[in-house]
Write a protein that binds this ligand. Sequence first.
Ligand code: CO8
Length: 256
Amino acid sequence: PHSYQYIRASTRLERVRLVELHRPAVLNALSPAVLLEICHALQAADSNPEIRCIILAGSPELKVFAAGADIKYMLTLSSEDVLNQKGMHLGTWDKIYRTLKPMVAAVQGLALGGGCELAMCCDIILATKKTRFGQPEIKLGIIPGGGGTQRFTQIMGKSRAMELVLTGDMFGAVEANNRGLVAKLYDDYEDLMKGALYLAYRISGMSPIAIANTKRSVNESFELGLTSGLKTEQAFLIQGLLNSRLGEGDDEEEDE
Ligand code: CO8
C-alpha cells in the first residue's frame, strides 16, 4: 500500500487492511491532513478487490487511539474560515463513514472527541479494558462536530449521552461495553490486535456481496425510519437469494 505521513497502512492475513494512526507528537490528534489520509487509505481498501475487511487502530508505540480533533489546528482557523467552512473538511467524516467494506476499530488508551467519533464511524468497536472514551468538546466551548451528538446518542441512550456531552466527562470501557458502544473488551493491546485480526479474518471469509449489503442495511437502520430500512433489507435479501439461485452469487460461494 501507499505510504503516508500520519498513518500506516499494511495488509494482514492477505485480505485484511490494517490502518494505524501514527501522529505520536500530539496523541494522534486528527487534523484535516490526518483525516484525508485516513479517507484515502479507506477508499484504496474499498477499491482493492483483494481486501475484505479493514481494521482502524492506534499504533503499538503510542497506546492511544486518538485524543480528538487537532485543537491547535482549529485555533488557526479564522472566523471567516469557519463561516465559509474553509479548511474544516467536514465532508471527510461522511466519506470515512461511507466506506463500503466493514471496518473494525481497535481502540486502546483514549478515544476522545473526534477520536471517539472516528471509532463510531466504524462498524464494530473493540477496546482494551483500560480504554477511556469521552466527548469533551463542551469543555472547549464547542459541540461534538464529527457525529458525536447523533451517533453517540443513538448508541448510549439519550439520558447518559446528554449527561456525557454536557459535562465532557470521560467514561470507561466497561460502561462502553455494557451500553453497546464496544462489542468486546481485551486485557491489553496485544490481545486487542489479535482479537481484531481474528474478527476481520472471519468476516473476510464471508461472501463480499452479502457483507456489503448487510453493512448497508444495518447502517440504514440509523439513517431512516423502520419502514424504509425494512424495505432495503428485503430488497437486498431477495436480490441475494435470486443471485444464488441463478448461480450469479459471488465466486467464493461457487468455490465451496
Ligand atoms: N489536539 C492537538 N494537540 C493535542 C490534542 C488535541 N486534541 N490532544 C493532545 N495534544 C497534544 C498536547 O498539546 C501535547 O503537545 P505538547 O507536548 O506539544 O504540549 C501532546 O499532545 C501530549 O498531550 P498531553 O501532554 O496533554 O498528554 P497528557 O497525557 O497529559 O493528557 C489528554 C492527555 C487528557 C488527552 C490531554 O492531552 C487532553 O485533554 N487533550 C485534549 C482532548 C480534547 O479536548 N479532545 C477533544 C478535541 S475537540 C474535538 O475533537 C471536536 C471534534 C470536531 C470535529 C470537527 C472538526 C472540524
